[in-house]
Design a protein around this ligand. Sequence first.
Ligand code: PEP
Ligand code: MG
Length: 876
Amino acid sequence: MEKLIFRFNNNGSLGKTESKDILGGKGANLAQMAKLKLPVPPGFTISTKVCDYFNKNNNKIPKKVIQQSKKEIQIIEKITKKKFGDLSNPLLVSVRSGAKVSMPGMMDTVLNLGLNDKTVIALKNKTSNGRFAKDSYRRFIQMYSNVVLGIEAHFFEELIDNYKLTKGVIQDTELDENDWDGLIKNFKDIVKEKTKKNFPQNVDEQLWGAISAVFLSWNSKRAKTYRKINYIPDHWGTAVNVQAMVFGNMGQDCATGVAFTRNPSTGKKELFGEYLINAQGEDVVAGTRTPQNILTMGKFMPKIFNQLKKIFKQLEIKYKNMQDIEFTVENNKLWMLQTRSGKRTSKAAIKIAVDMVKEKLITEKEAILRIDANMLDTLLHPTLDENAEKKIIASGLPASPGAASGKVTFSADEAERLKEQLQDTILVRVETSPEDINGMHAAKGILTARGGMTSHAAVVARGMGKPCVSGSGEIKINYEKKLFISGNFEIKEGDTITIDGGSGKVMLGEVPTVKPDISGDFSKIMIWADKYRKLKVRTNSETPTDTKTARDFGAEGIGLCRTEHMFFDEKRIVSVREMILSKTSEDRKKALSKLLPYQKSDFFEIFKIMNGLPVTVRLLDPPLHEFLPKTDKDINDIADELDISHSDIKSRIIELHEQNPMLGHRGCRLGISFPEIYQMQCQAIFEALADCKKKKIKLVIPEIMIPLVSTAAEIQILRNLVDETANKIQKSHSIKIKYYVGTMIELPRAALRAKDIAKYADFFSFGTNDLTQTTFGISRDDSGKFLNDYVENKIFNKDPFVSIDERGVGELIKIATERGRMQKKSLKLGICGEHGGDPTSVEFCEKAKLNYVSCSPYRVPIARLAAAQAYLKKKK
Ligand code: PEP
Ligand code: MG
């Protein structure tokens, strides 16, 4: 019979079935800690399989699970010498969610379960602490009512706030037993009013209510959003952990805390964390009381502190990874409540990986596989310019590094709305909650008035790799008026601010930034990655600045130089327009001859920077109308400049108009209709090479790329054109030039006919932007309107323009690779669509046996690491 309930105990070893898939992360780690004989309160895990059953069977829990759970509760009773629902020594339990991967704050938890009007008296008598007992009961009512009965939390909070106001106190800790007694009565009245039923007194009813609520929370809106953002499959489900409660709020010899075995912001090997004496876990995370630095524990609780340090070491050795730990001290006894691999910034991830290799905890290969390639993005982007003028308006905790500027917004939905309008925002909240997850994702950075380094905002922002300043107590937020005040500054919604998550500073306006430092540990990881990768990494670039950046980031060539971008330059666009407006081939050639020197010098600059590395130059691709003026004013300007009438230009614009420009007169079709354009471009390439030779610059071997080919005849004709032009230049300049001619594969027909096409091509480069567009028949420019619906309805797992659609587009790539190489073994194969910088797609490219990927300059290091990871995963 399938095992659905698993006990944490220290005598068995963890079997294969007791994996995170079944126990969830939290359950598996609790079981593991128990196995290491660490002090874990007794308890058990209900398997994720039950969640699946629950969701598919009308929210029912199998009978077997109910029976077995009863037995497990009896075992906890035996160990703790307490009894569930007992009137003299009651057992209280926590009920917590725990999915395979951590989803901080996304699902529900109920603590202090087992308290009712009678057991609370027993707890009071047992602990001789009436205040503690009543405080625990009211917390339980609040949590249970919210999580299980669906009553909004603010009803209870308002009652507490009003009561404190009348009593004239500020802190919850200033309320005594009688105060809580009165509030408990009021809480129960709310429950009665909202649910028409009394607050449940039966402890079994409480238990199954809470377990069901945890299963239900798997499908809450916020959990679904979190899964969508993090690509967590819906079918995984959550496990439920039922565990004996331990209390950190029973007096001065009690405490509760969270800690990381290394600093999750910098990666430094130092204890990092916070704790509160006489408090429950939620007090640390909620930010209502300011927690103390864990290092001060050495002074207040030296014995416990030393024990903790020892355990941290043990856990790091066991997991070979930095751990994020929750603990509680109950009457001077330490209890471990959770351990998991800690979320960290990319900077910390790199430092920890490199340090752990030095410490011989992990190998270089493991270090490479440890780092989320996508997260490198945060390191590669600029940080604040130290020399720039800054008007600091507030400061808070440096919760997640990086700098970001944007318009102030106070609501998550508004941040999301503005993102759709391509506006950068900083989400400013008193504190964030899981409901804000969509806005945190949409915003460039997060600023909160409350909360510590382990608050929701800090943890989530670090996970997302977003800058965050938390706990900036000096800012006073007024949601209603949509502004915040900090000292003498009043910042309204829409005003621009800059936050620096590395220093915790908040600044007025947009502060300039500088390039990131990619030396030290970063470069070490890159060196290791280069050692273990097979795929080459090139860049998509057409300007000297981008090309230099890409070279600094380790690009091994240019995989796509989109020459049309060079045409948009202010000085050239007039000649481009003159060329397009020409009526005869003679006029066109005249206009093109004016463009020639510009193109030549563009190529010369790029060839110089690339210093012998391969450069793929793509000949003109977009439809010509893209270069023509759009407004009447621009049309008039160009009419004056070229001495053509306004109406002539207008009629040419009408003539060039296309219903489906992306499927129209573009790519190689332009080369077929107007060969002089491609001739000029080839002449510029070869003459630039001749110049390089003259100036003794190391010669690159250009790879001339013909776009949008679908037939062998197209490439045959255009290859001839390239060869003829090359011959002419070789003769006129008396030089020998080496070059290749190839094509983009960006139409399904080209993939299918790859064998014929390869006859005339030295290389293929998969233009997966267009290939995705044409394979799905989905416009790459208009898909934004419905892509979300497709992801929501699970038609797409991910946006196929971001991560390659392996089954469709991928299949075409495989077909083209196979057929192309069948024709020509030496055929070089690469990818230059946006997918070239996406780690999942890079993994696909490795599997598809391509030679290189090409991506935008800032993604080059990501692709280098992803390529190494792909190779290592393939070999595993
Ligand atoms: C492509 O289609 O994938 C490509 C690289 O070309 P472009 O994006 O310029 O159309
Ligand atoms: Mg294309």
